[in-house]
Write a protein that binds this ligand. Structure first.
Ligand code: THG
Length: 369
């Protein structure tokens, strides 16, 4: 049976790169922050192999920016996250859990500190803008909050440095992990960070102004011809191997950062002003009762997990599986799940209820990449 189509409409936003994505033969889209997100070009497995061997250009415009601008920008940013931002300098990016007053995860974005009084929050798929605006208004902060015309374009893969150097100059090679620099493209300033939603290495270009999107896309494709550059997208197999979490899939506002394994990005004791701080201090003291775990599902390829699959031990519910993929490199089904404390130790053998029946699922020590 053919998959149903997505009906185009004004509510389902296209991106500055959609023309290039479609010319490259995108086969499937998802919707993320009400915007188109490519998910497949040739096949998920072909895209995976190519990502690990060459270089891809990803339209991740759907990672929208929430911009904070004004004297209270830094104060507002610290109210949103339990990660201590005092040591963060302009030019740095931080992966930051964002929590509500109960300590529940609202988003897991990348914060980009452009200046003391200017930040971008590069969001995952939830309506964070409203929470941030309401916080600024409720506390009468002196800060402007909006969604600027900024669209990230990721360049990922082992040949990303070479491709980026051809377009922006050798200076990009010196950008350190989770830092950014400003580089010129056709007279326009571009924020370029060494980051991205894969473990293959690469960059994210924060493209300001939709009009320059296709010229940049075309320049990267042209410069990368001899590197076998292709249009790509976040790859379901690679991101599960890497243990990169997907908000809305692997966790929701029902989960604390600690349950998500993001305790290392929380400094709850020193993050003074953080809205969820009191709730998280309690949670951090007791420790979480369930946590994200890598799981290997035995047997042949399981379908893609598009709803939570129950995890059981001797018939008793002990968690859920939220993301699955067949890994060609590891010869097993790789998966991400949320597992209760009693059953989360590496080596624990569980049973997962897949749509095709029960399978054995083994809790692993670590993710694959
Ligand atoms: N880049 C940018 N914006 C984004 C994403 C991104 N917004 C949406 C989504 N991805 C947010 N989620 C994540 C999840 C993981 C990472 C970044 C954003 C990530 N994690 C690394 C890790 O866990 O190994 C590194 C974290 C670190 O060491 O600081 O990169 O990808 N712009």
């Amino acid at each position: 049976m053919a998959a149903p189509l997505l009906s185009p409409s004004n509510r389902l936003r296209r991106t500055p790169f959609s023309e290039g994505v479609e010319a490259a033969g995108v086969k499937a889209y998802s919707v993320y922050n009400r915007m188109l997100l490519p998910t497949v070009f040739r096949s998920v497995e072909e895209d995976y192999r190519h990502l690990k061997e060459a270089v891809q250009v990803w339209d991740v415009s759907c990672e929208r920016q929430v911009e904070l601008r004004g004297p209270d920008a830094a104060r507002l940013m610290q109210m949103l996250t339990p990660r201590d931002l005092r040591g963060m300098t302009p030019g740095q990016c931080y992966y930051v859990p964002i929590v509500d007053e109960t300590g529940g995860m609202l988003n897991d974005p990348v914060a980009v500190k452009l200046a003391e009084d200017r930040w971008w929050i590069s969001i995952a798929d939830s309506d964070l803008l409203y929470w941030v605006k309401a916080t600024a208004l409720g506390w009468r902060l002196d800060v402007l909050v909006d969604e600027p015309d900024v669209s990230p374009l990721a360049v990922q893969g082992p040949k990303a440095d070479e491709l980026m150097a051809r377009v922006f100059g050798d200076g990009v090679r010196d950008i350190r992990f989770f830092r950014f620099g400003v580089f010129d493209f056709q007279g326009r300033d571009m924020v370029i960070a060494r980051s991205g939603y894969s473990k293959q290495g690469g960059f994210e270009i924060y493209v300001e102004g939709g009009d320059i999107g296709m010229p940049l896309w075309n320049a990267l494709m042209e410069a990368g011809k001899t590197l076998d550059v292709r249009a790509g997208c976040p790859n379901a197999i690679e991101r599960i191997e890497a243990g990169l979490l997907s908000y809305g899939n692997d966790m929701t506002d029902d989960n604390t950062p600690h349950e998500c394994g993001l305790g290392k990005f929380c400094d709850t004791h020193t993050a003074i002003g953080c809205i969820g701080r009191d709730a998280l201090l309690r949670v951090a003291k007791e420790g979480p009762l369930q946590q994200i775990r890598p799981l290997a599902i035995e047997g042949p390829a399981v379908p893609r997990c598009d709803r939570w699959w129950p995890l059981r031990a001797n018939g008793t519910p002990v968690g859920r599986v939220s993301s699955t993929a067949w890994s060609p490199d590891f010869g097993t089904n790789v998966a991400i799940g949320m597992v209760r404390m009693t059953h989360w130790d590496p080596g624990t053998l569980l049973e997962v209820e897949t749509p095709e029946g029960p399978r054995q699922a083994n809790v692993r020590e670590s993710f694959w990449l």
